[in-house]
Design a binder for this molecule. Structure first.
Ligand SMILES: *Cc1c(COP(=O)(O)O)cnc(C)c1O
Length: 221
């Protein structure tokens, strides 16, 4: 199937309140342009260098999301144009985003990444760490960072029940924050979970934003 057909099929399977982030990492700009022409406007990249190279070659009205692990020394390259940072996994990173965003006079929507998978290799705060962060009040002092929600990546496994439980627990934690430390913060509304292999499961557990790459663009090399 073509990129256009993939997008049509996927879009039809996503409820209107769920946002689709087309994960374009590793794919060339010509193919991203096809997805743009099919109507997509939100694209996700996981590497700063690749994002910075593609950004000037594609239309201005694209909203670029940085979805992967971000190193502090690279924040300055993306704050002038990025629309959302999904994978904030460290308080020092948050402080760096605050500093660099203030320099360019922008407010950057960010998501706190929670480590929900069994694999050690994935980044993110543990639940107790995240709870402490939200309850500490440290987030209230950020004027150029807007904490808009949470992000998580499930374990890479065929065990659907395992994946469902991980998404469910993340959604529960999200709800606790919305009723607790983030009460009255209406912008705290995004739950970024679900990829090509598990996005329908993620949506059924409350995802508001799915990050889909290979199901749109085809298998990555
Ligand atoms: C690559 C990637 C995705 C998309 O993966 P697919 O399986 O190709 O849909 C989603 N989220 C993150 C953080 C990624 O790095």
């Amino acid at each position: 199937m073509s990129v256009k057909e993939n997008i049509k099929k996927i879009s039809a399977s996503i409820p209107p309140q769920v946002r689709l982030v087309a994960v374009s990492k590793t794919y060339p700009v010509e193919i991203i342009r096809e997805a743009y022409d099919a109507g997509l406007r939100v694209f996700g990249e996981n590497r700063v260098q690749e994002l910075s190279a593609k950004y000037p070659l594609l239309p201005d009205d694209i909203q670029w999301h940085l979805i992967g692990h971000l190193q502090k020394n690279k924040v300055k390259y993306i704050v002038p144009f990025v629309s959302m940072i999904h994978a904030v996994d460290d308080i020092d990173l948050l402080k760096t985003i605050e500093k660099e965003a203030s320099r360019v006079n922008r407010i950057i929507p960010c998501l706190i990444q929670i480590h929900i998978a069994r694999e050690e290799a994935k980044y993110g705060f543990s639940y107790p760490e995240a709870k402490a962060l939200f309850e500490s009040g440290a987030l209230d002092n950020l004027t150029h960072v807007k904490i808009c929600g949470l992000m998580g990546m499930a374990t890479f496994t065929q065990d659907q029940q395992q994946v469902r439980n991980e998404f469910r627990n993340l959604a529960l934690f999200f709800g606790e924050l919305k009723n607790g430390p983030m009460k009255n913060k209406s912008f705290f509304s995004e739950l970024s979970m679900g990829m090509s292999g598990d996005y329908l499961l993620a949506i059924s557990e409350g995802s508001t934003m799915v990050r889909i790459g290979s199901a749109i663009f085809g298998k990555r090399d």
